[in-house]
Design a protein around this ligand. Structure first.
Ligand SMILES: [Zn+2]
Length: 195
């Protein structure tokens, strides 16, 4: 394994990291920065594990896109949007939603599964200030790339049920992307939520 040594841009402490991770965490000053062309210190969240979680723990990174959604016109069998209708509580024609984009290296099915699951059933968790020495999966998806995936997630969510969505004219604006580390448990069939 290749190990990269860099300096924390905030406190100058050395950080050792696997080279394929875009996100660098400084355990000294507890800041996170992204190296993706430039060096940017970012805000991030670390969620607390469920107290009964087994020991095979790992933090998986997501870009959580704070997005404004406006429906201009839609034609849906049954008269309303299936999943978006339930998410958009503010008004019938729009509102704000969090779209979750897996930031680790996934295949298409895994990407779709976690993006759909967490966007549809928004995770509830409490926050902690550090990783408590739990392993962190590397972030490989840059923030800008994640922001471009918002449309794909929304359309895939609504198109999942064939024949339901006939026409949808909408506007989606991603206001902000935040790196969120969610607790997972490693198992034989992949990871399962630990929050
Ligand atoms: Zn630091």
């Amino acid at each position: 394994m290749k190990v990269l040594q860099i300096k924390c841009p905030h406190c100058q402490q050395p950080i050792y990291s696997k080279v394929r991770d875009l996100a660098f965490y400084c355990s000294h000053c507890k800041t996170m920065h992204i190296r993706d062309g430039g060096i940017n210190v970012i805000d991030f969240d670390v969620a607390e594990f469920h107290t009964n979680s087994p020991p095979d723990r790992v933090y998986m990174p997501f870009w959580r896109l704070f997005s404004g959604f406006t429906i201009n016109q839609s034609n849906v069998a049954g008269g309303m949007l299936n999943k978006l209708g339930r998410l958009l509580k503010d008004t019938a024609n729009g509102g704000n939603i969090f779209i979750y984009i897996p930031a680790w290296e996934t295949d298409v099915n895994e990407f779709k599964r976690w993006a759909m699951d967490l966007t549809e059933a928004q995770p509830v968790y409490s926050l902690r200030l550090d990783f408590n020495n739990v392993e962190r999966a590397p972030t490989v998806v840059p923030k800008e790339e994640a922001m471009k995936m918002a449309d794909f997630v929304i359309v895939t969510m609504e198109a999942e049920k064939p024949g339901t969505l006939q026409y949808l004219d909408y506007q989606l604006q991603v206001h902000d992307a935040r790196l969120i580390y969610l607790p997972f448990i490693k198992g034989a069939g992949g990871v399962v939520p630990g929050f």
